[in-house]
Design a protein around this ligand. Structure first.
Ligand code: AVI
Length: 294
C-alpha cells in the first residue's frame, strides 16, 4: 500500500476539504464540537506557558480554538510536509497571535526531525495530533509514530490526540462511501496523480472506489477496484489488472479509548483524561509522557 500522504496533492487536499463538509462524514464536525465544548478544560490540562507542536499545518478551526483557549502559549510549532501551505498558515497565525512565537517546521512527521528552540522560555511541550490521522496508519506504524513522539518529547510532555471510535459499521461505511461520490473522487484522484507524475495512462472510468469494514482489525479498507480486465502503462512498464482486482489505497482504523491507551502505554504515554461527544463517535485523548517501558 502507498503511504496515505500521496492522496493529498492540491486536488486531493481540496477533495478532502469537501469530505470534511459532508453530512455522512461525522469525524470533523464531531471533533470540532468536542473542542468547542471542552476547550477550557483541555487548555487547563495542557497548562500555561506551553510550546505547542502540531502534526499538520495548523490551518484548521480546531487549532485556533485551542490556541484561543490556552493561557500564554509561548510558541506554536506546526509540522507539515507541504511548505507553501505551512508558511502561509504560519504568517497568518503570527499576525493573529503577536505574543506567541510561530516556528513552522517543514518535515514528514513519520521521519525523525528536531524541534526548534523558541527565543522565550517555555515550561513544557505539548503535541497536538488532531483529525484521527493516526487511524490512517497500521497499528505497527502507529506504534512507531508513538515511539518517535516519545523520543521527540520530554517527560511530563502531553499528547492531545483525536481518534475515531469503534461504532455502528453502517455509519462508518457511509462516511467513507458518500452519496455524492466525493470520497470516490478523492480515492480515484490517486490515479490522476500517477498519470500526471509517473506518465501513466489509467482510465478512471475503468476503476471504482470501494470501502469495506474489516471487523477483526477494526478498520475501513479503501481500495480502487478494476471494473474489467485491463492493461495500464506506467512509464515503460505495463501492468495487468484482472476484473475486480483491488488496489489498496488507505486504511482508516477505529479505536476504543482503552485500546488506544494500551497502544501508547509501552512508549511511556499514560492516559490522563479524554473528552468525547454524547454519541461517543469520536474522542480527544490527553496522554502524558512518563517513563518509556520498552
Ligand atoms: C485524514 N483521515 C483521518 C481521513 C480518515 O477519515 O481516515 C482520510 C479519509 N479518507 C477517506 N475519507 C477520509
Amino acid at each position: 500500500m502507498l503511504p496515505c500522504k500521496y492522496l493529498y496533492d492540491e486536488a486531493g487536499s481540496e477533495l478532502f476539504d469537501q469530505i470534511c463538509d459532508l453530512d455522512e462524514y461525522y469525524l470533523t464536525r464531531t471533533e470540532l464540537a468536542i473542542m468547542q465544548e471542552h476547550a477550557g478544560s483541555i487548555a487547563q490540562q495542557i497548562d500555561r506557558d506551553v510550546m505547542l507542536v502540531e502534526y499538520g499545518s495548523g490551518s484548521s478551526v480546531k487549532t485556533q480554538i485551542l490556541l484561543d483557549a490556552l493561557v500564554d502559549p509561548v510558541a506554536y510549532v506546526p509540522v507539515d510536509i507541504s511548505e507553501e501551505h505551512l508558511l502561509r498558515t504560519a504568517e497568518r497565525l503570527r499576525s493573529q497571535y503577536p505574543k506567541m512565537e510561530v516556528l513552522p517546521v517543514v518535515a514528514d512527521f513519520t521521519q525523525p526531525f528536531a524541534l526548534p528552540q523558541p527565543a522565550s522560555p517555555y515550561s513544557h511541550v505539548a503535541l497536538y495530533f488532531p483529525g484521527s490521522t493516526i487511524g490512517n496508519f497500521t497499528q505497527d506504524q502507529a506504534s512507531h509514530i508513538l515511539r518517535s513522539m516519545s523520543r521527540l518529547l520530554q517527560r511530563g510532555s502531553g499528547l492531545l490526540i483525536g481518534i475515531d471510535l469503534q461504532k455502528d459499521v453502517g455509519a462508518i461505511l457511509r462516511a467513507y462511501d458518500d452519496g455524492q461520490g466525493v470520497t470516490a473522487r478523492f480515492s480515484l484522484n490517486l490515479l490522476n496523480r500517477i498519470n500526471q507524475e509517473l506518465e501513466a495512462d489509467f482510465d478512471l472510468s475503468r476503476f471504482e472506489h470501494s470501502a469495506v469494514y474489516n471487523d477483526r482489525q477494526h478498520r475501513v479498507e479503501i481500495s480502487i477496484v478494476s471494473r474489467r480486465d485491463q492493461v495500464v502503462t506506467i512509464g515503460a512498464e505495463e501492468i495487468s489488472f484482472a476484473r475486480e482486482e483491488p488496489i489498496l489505497t488507505e486504511y482508516s482504523h477505529k479505536y476504543t479509548v482503552d485500546g488506544f491507551a494500551r497502544l501508547a502505554e509501552p512508549h511511556g504515554f499514560q492516559m490522563h483524561r479524554y473528552w468525547t461527544d454524547d454519541a461517543q463517535q469520536f474522542a480527544l485523548l490527553h496522554l502524558v509522557l512518563g517513563e518509556e517501558m520498552q
